[in-house]
Ligand binder design. Structure first.
Ligand SMILES: [Ca+2]
Ligand SMILES: [Ca+2]
Length: 386
């Protein structure tokens, strides 16, 4: 009889947890400037690591496990895109970001960055592009890959995000790969933001293009583990978010050839509490626009440029893995002037994206799913006295 009893309990638990899974994200949130509704948009992921909208309004989702998905406009259907990526799915490694070419309607190109794998489980961050034909990738092409001798068994700090600027250059990030001092070494690719053309060729006006021995794709250096990149909708500047050690998560504006300091300067300390450096400032190294200390484990970032959440226009949305929240950061003249936690997700927040109708899409972990934020009219405060 204990077996039958256990079975009944199990069935009950299963039914109950299914209900929770379906409904637990739904709710109304009231914030300083407006209220919004949260609904589940798409589920069934390991970790939805990156998101990018196609001009059709469909959403591409890169899952860390290596699967790439094409999700219908209303989120009800998702289909796996066949790919032959050699993804090292371990530790922080896997399929990372996905991005759509600015001229997708003409060339159907999509871009992916991922933890590539070589023999003996050595890995590094690679960038590839392919033509997306319905649910197949065609003309798959690796457009950035480090020399094989730099592949390592270390399975952390791969970065990585991809953005295109207004002039069509492609930027992507690689973390320090756990070898912090190498972030200052411009002959090595790790701990850097890179800039290439959309076909992988290297622009001749890159800052170290003509410097002997330098990795010519480098745009900036001294970046610890950047997992957020976004273009400011008005100024066109590139904004970057990177994980600090313990403390010192950074928000930076990315300028050609600049040194962002890691590990010579940082506002963080080692995880075990010991000091990394005595310095938070040094001549020739950029200070962050903002640093989160203690660390929020900042991941994906995106500027809000839609109409639906009008009061949030040009604000930066930032994902926090550690505190499981979505932040809204108000920026004026390149400086942070205010910050609000707008969504307490209750799950690690991996990425954020703005859809073609101005709705906000948030990628959450455990279980891997995407929720949709849509605005509600703010309820008048009945207790307020003027
Ligand atoms: Ca994206
Ligand atoms: Ca820094």
């Amino acid at each position: 009889m204990p077996t039958l009893f256990a079975k009944i309990i199990f069935t009950f638990t299963a039914l109950f947890s299914q209900n929770i899974d379906r409904d637990w994200d739904q709710g109304r949130y009231d914030t300083q400037l407006l209220s919004f509704q949260v609904n589940t948009f798409s589920s069934g992921y390991s970790i939805p690591w990156g998101m990018a909208f196609l001009p059709s309004g469909e959403l591409l989702v890169s899952d860390i496990s290596g699967s790439l998905w094409r999700v219908s406009k209303n989120g009800r259907k998702k289909r796996k895109i066949g790919n032959s990526l050699s993804v090292y799915y371990k530790g922080q490694g896997g399929l990372l970001d996905v991005q759509v070419h600015p001229d997708f309607e003409l060339n159907k190109l999509i871009y992916m960055c991922y933890s590539d794998i070589k023999h003996k489980n050595r890995s590094h961050t690679t960038v590839a592009r392919a033509v997306l034909n319905d649910h197949q990738l065609e003309n798959f092409q690796i457009i950035y890959q480090v020399p094989e001798q730099l592949f390592t068994k270390i399975s952390r700090h791969f970065g990585s995000r991809i953005v295109f600027d207004d002039a069509g250059y492609l930027y992507f990030s690689i973390g320090d790969r756990g070898m912090r001092d190498q972030a200052q070494d411009i002959t090595l690719p790790n701990g850097k933001i890179h800039r290439i053309h959309d076909d992988g060729s290297i622009p001749k006006d890159n800052p170290f293009y003509h410097q002997k021995g330098a990795a010519r794709t480098i745009w900036t250096y001294g970046n610890r583990n950047p997992q957020g990149l976004a273009i400011h909708p008005i100024t066109g500047t590139i904004w970057e978010a990177e994980h600090g050690p313990r403390g010192g998560d950074e928000l930076n504006i990315i300028y050609k050839g600049h040194n962002y300091g890691w590990p010579v300067i940082t506002h963080g300390i080692n995880y075990i509490g010991t000091k990394i450096t005595n310095f938070t400032y040094k001549e020739g190294m950029d200070q962050p626009v903002w640093h989160w200390t203690p660390s929020i484990a900042v991941c994906g970032i995106q500027f809000y440029d839609g109409e639906a959440f009008q009061p949030w226009q040009n604000n930066l949305l930032a994902a926090s893995l550690k505190f499981e929240r979505l932040h809204r950061v108000v920026i004026e003249n390149g400086e942070k002037v205010d910050e609000e936690i707008i969504f307490d997700a209750g799950s690690r927040v991996r990425d954020v994206e703005v859809g073609p109708m101005g709705l906000i899409y948030v990628a959450l972990e455990d279980p891997g799913r995407i929720v949709q934020l849509s605005p509600l009219r703010k309820t008048p405060d009945l207790n307020r006295r003027n």
